[in-house]
Design a protein around this ligand. Structure first.
Ligand code: PMP
Length: 366
């Protein structure tokens, strides 16, 4: 049954953008770049082999390696664009303080660009977010403000509330607000979607992705609806989040989930849930061991939402045939989670099965 969700009109006007990726191959044929920001986007894709085979999935599953972006995540693309647009429009200039609410990856991208361009930077994020992300952000010279885990985005002590209060109190400060900025989905509409089509010679039968701000889902989804309408678009959403449609899928007593970067209880303006054909819910119990399998069985050292993506894709792609292509995103890498699912002790303490030979470290003292 088709999902009836409201399309968010504010995002439907497409502003022609200087950010399309099509000239990248001509500009950098030998992959030698004039600066780090030029390396953002145009990420490789890799076919998964062992896990789909053992799950009995016949189609090809290709993963888009967003973790190879310089800041380590899919969010570099969007931040570069909205930063450069704001500079071009005269909204910001070096010396100002950029404040942004984030689950960490946008924070890293903003802090990196602020460091390069001479801005001060404050990142507002939930206390749930890993210490690894905090360490990267503060090493880049930015400050971090932590908010309570369960504060809704728009509550006074939630991320939006805190960021706006800081903006009002700090002179010469500016918020992009990735949760409502049209440039966020438009980045993926203009670049990521076209890269995927180009990389697979327009043969994309299914894409399975999760939403944080929803920029990826909305941007890629809308482009595919226009240029490749037969592609099935499948969303996944952690149990405990409220992004899935229809809303009955979200009914649960669970209020906390470990996965970072996807799912909230308030649907932000940048997420167009209705662009998806259908949604699947995923649990930490499925997703976190899958992150370890991605490491050991595919050699992919990727983050938590990547594990959830593959769990959802293995379910959704069961209906596809040999030769058909299903795409997942790998939004970030294990760098952000070294003390979480990469740690056997953490996995054990949380009740997740990491793998058979855990604690496989020996101290040779003699
Ligand atoms: N996975 C991770 C690890 C992320 O940090 C994000 C961004 N919050 C996403 C997925 C989802 O991206 P988007 O904000 O475009 O929905």
């Amino acid at each position: 049954e088709p999902i009836k969700c409201k399309w968010r009109e504010s995002l439907t006007t497409h502003i022609p953008s200087p950010h399309c990726s099509h000239d990248w191959k001509q500009k950098y044929p030998k992959l030698v770049f004039p600066d780090v920001l030029s390396m953002i986007g145009n990420t490789p894709m890799v076919k998964l082999n062992n896990i789909p085979k053992s799950a009995g999935v016949e189609c090809n599953i290709y993963a888009k390696c967003e973790f190879v972006n310089p800041g380590g995540s899919v969010k570099d693309r969007m931040v570069k664009r909205i930063f450069e647009d704001a500079e071009r429009q005269g909204l910001i200039k070096p010396g100002m303080t950029i404040i942004e609410q984030s689950s960490g990856n946008t924070g890293i991208a903003v802090a990196l660009i602020c460091a390069l361009k001479g801005y001060k930077c404050i990142i507002v994020m939930s206390e749930k977010i890993s210490g690894e992300k905090e360490a990267v952000i503060t090493s880049l010279g930015a400050s971090v403000v932590r908010c309570p885990v369960n504060a809704p985005l728009d509550a006074p002590d939630g991320m939006w509330g805190a960021a706006h209060r800081l903006r009002n109190e700090i002179p010469n400060s500016f918020i992009f607000d990735q949760f409502s900025h049209p440039g966020n989905p438009l980045t993926h509409y203009d670049t990521t979607a076209l890269e995927i089509l180009d990389q697979l010679d327009n043969k994309v039968d299914m894409i399975v992705f999760g939403g944080g701000t929803g920029g990826t889902v909305t941007g890629i989804g809308r482009k595919f609806r226009e240029v490749s309408p037969h592609t099935k678009l499948v969303g996944f959403d952690p149990v405990g989040s409220k992004y899935a449609c229809p809303a009955s899928l979200n009914e649960t007593d669970v209020t906390f989930f470990e996965i970072e970067g996807i799912g909230y209880t308030v649907v932000p303006p940048t997420l167009d849930q209705g662009v998806m054909d259908y949604w699947i819910k995923t649990t930490d119990l499925e997703a976190l061991p899958m992150c370890r399998r991605l490491m050991r069985e595919e050699g992919l050292l990727v983050g938590m939402s990547s594990g959830a993506a593959l769990v959802a894709a293995l379910k959704a792609a069961k209906g596809l045939k040999k030769g058909q292509n299903c795409v997942i995103m790998l939004p970030d890498s294990i760098r952000n989670y070294m003390t979480k699912f990469v740690s056997d002790r953490w996995m054990d303490a949380k009740g997740y099965q990491p793998c058979e030979n855990k604690y496989n470290v020996w101290w040779w003292n003699q």
